[in-house]
Design a protein around this ligand. Structure first.
Ligand SMILES: NC(=O)C1=CN([C@@H]2O[C@H](COP(=O)(O)OP(=O)(O)OC[C@H]3O[C@@H](n4cnc5c(N)ncnc54)[C@H](OP(=O)(O)O)[C@@H]3O)[C@@H](O)[C@H]2O)C=CC1
Ligand SMILES: CC(=O)[C@@H](O)[C@H](O)COP(=O)(O)O
Ligand SMILES: [Mn+2]
Length: 382
């Protein structure tokens, strides 16, 4: 029975992780979890899964929970310390990190120090401080198993292969909500339009990232760290059906791809059962004859500027990806709350990157400082 801690239990990945846990009660036990402010959904999860420890974002949510659950039912905490406590709770063997944003960084580092396997959905952690996370994982000999669908696909393609034989990774991209619009048609797009992803039902932040294609940019940096490859060996391919989740090309020009209907429970469950596989409840069989055709296009870096910013930031390295991530988090939050327009997301990110002088090989403290300064800077522009 694998003991699991789940950060971000009320979110899109969180709920699907709970679905996987629930369908294999012999295999998994949820011992700790966290959520932000969604008290209703959080308390339903506690009643159903009976974790030993629950961390929430703030005191108000904590007080709500305290009035509903006794200390015999469940131990409770709030704030960043509690998030760490949930990540490394007694006996946890696998941390599913499904919070959104760089708030996931410290719990990941602490879990690694405690020899806990990481099932990582929270890509912002690797973007903001990839060198620290991967160095830590190496030092403590801890596996970071990808949950992001493209990285899980690549990871699956690489089973039994030598990393030395890789020529390039090809990360597929749906193109997001506005993939069929020209740049000039993006001026007046609304939040509701941007939240309407063609293939995946996901949390708000990543859905906007998909629409700007910053999601793909973040995934390029995520792939760089997970698979230890330079940026010139990572390509992005537009593939509007999201059936091929990514591909690996080897030196002999053979390409291996991973395919499946878009269902995040597949990569989630694979990370939880790796290297084994289990049946997945009600998973839809992919019938290629039903689909008939798959489409591919070259990624356009002028149409999707965030993709260019991500490649550039990744290549510069140091604190540049930290700025990219922090500026993006602030800008997306401002777009979602109606403070800025869609195209201003890119503008705020570009201005933040232009202003920053990258610090090479930054410490955790430097990363945290740059992250905060960037957020402050973006707020002055909004
Ligand atoms: N959704 C998907 O299909 C995919 C997601 N990912 C990545 O996985 C991560 C999660 O995405 P997704 O599930 O869509 O996001 P959601 O917004 O749906 O869920 C985020 C979760 O994190 C919690 N949370 C948010 N802010 C904080 C905070 N400051 N402290 C503690 N908890 C917090 C939320 O709590 P509450 O709602 O209770 O406030 C919620 O449980 C992201 O990094 C995303 O990029 C990667 C691939 C696919
Ligand atoms: C499901 C998943 O992994 C998302 O990151 C998804 O890839 C988003 O789709 P696009 O960014 O390709 O639109
Ligand atoms: Mn993805």
């Amino acid at each position: 029975m694998k003991k699991i801690s789940l950060l971000g239990a009320t979110g899109s990945i969180g709920i699907q992780t709970l679905d996987v846990i629930e369908s294999h009660p012999e295999e998994f036990k949820l011992v700790a979890m966290s959520f932000g402010r969604n008290y209703k959904s959080g308390s339903d999860i506690i009643n159903k899964f009976k974790p030993e420890f629950v961390a929430v974002k703030d005191k108000e949510t904590y007080e709500h929970l305290k009035s509903e659950f006794s200390s015999q039912d469940v131990k409770l905490g709030y704030g960043e310390e509690a998030l760490i406590e949930a990540a490394i709770y007694d006996g946890v063997e696998c941390l599913v990190n499904a919070v959104v944003g760089s708030v996931g960084l410290i719990p990941t580092l602490k879990a690694i120090e405690n020899n806990i396997t990481i099932a990582l959905a929270n890509k912002e952690t690797l973007v903001t401080a990839g060198h620290l996370v991967t160095e830590h994982a190496k030092k403590y000999n801890v596996n970071i198993l990808p949950v992001d669908s493209e990285h899980s696909a690549i990871f699956q393609c690489l089973q039994g292969e030598s990393f030395k034989s890789i020529d390039r990774l090809i990360i597929t991209a749906s193109g997001g909500s506005f993939r069929d619009r020209k740049r000039e048609d993006l001026v007046d797009v609304t939040v509701d339009q941007a939240l309407n992803h063609p293939n995946w039902s996901m949390g708000a932040k990543i859905t906007i990232d998909s629409a700007t294609m910053m999601n793909k940019g973040l995934e390029v940096i995520e792939a760089h760290w997970l698979f230890n490859l330079p940026y010139d060996k990572i390509d992005v391919l537009l593939h509007k059906e999201s059936i091929i989740h990514s591909l690996v090309e080897f030196h002999d020009r053979s390409i291996i791809a991973q395919l499946g209907t878009p269902d995040m429970r597949v990569p989630i469950q694979y990370a939880l059962t790796y290297p084994e596989r289990l049946p997945l409840k009600e998973a839809k069989r992919l019938e290629l004859w039903e689909i008939g055709k798959l489409h591919f296009e070259k990624a356009d870096f002028t149409r999707f500027r965030c993709l260019q910013y991500a490649f550039d930031s990744g290549k510069i390295g140091g604190t540049m990806p930290t700025v990219l991530n922090a500026a993006n988090e602030e800008a997306v939050a401002a777009f979602l709350s109606g403070e800025i327009t869609f195209l201003q997301i890119e503008e705020l990110i570009e201005r933040s990157l232009d202003k920053h002088e990258s610090i090479a090989n930054p410490s955790l403290e430097q990363i945290q400082e740059v992250d905060q300064l960037t957020r402050n800077f973006v707020q002055t522009l909004i």
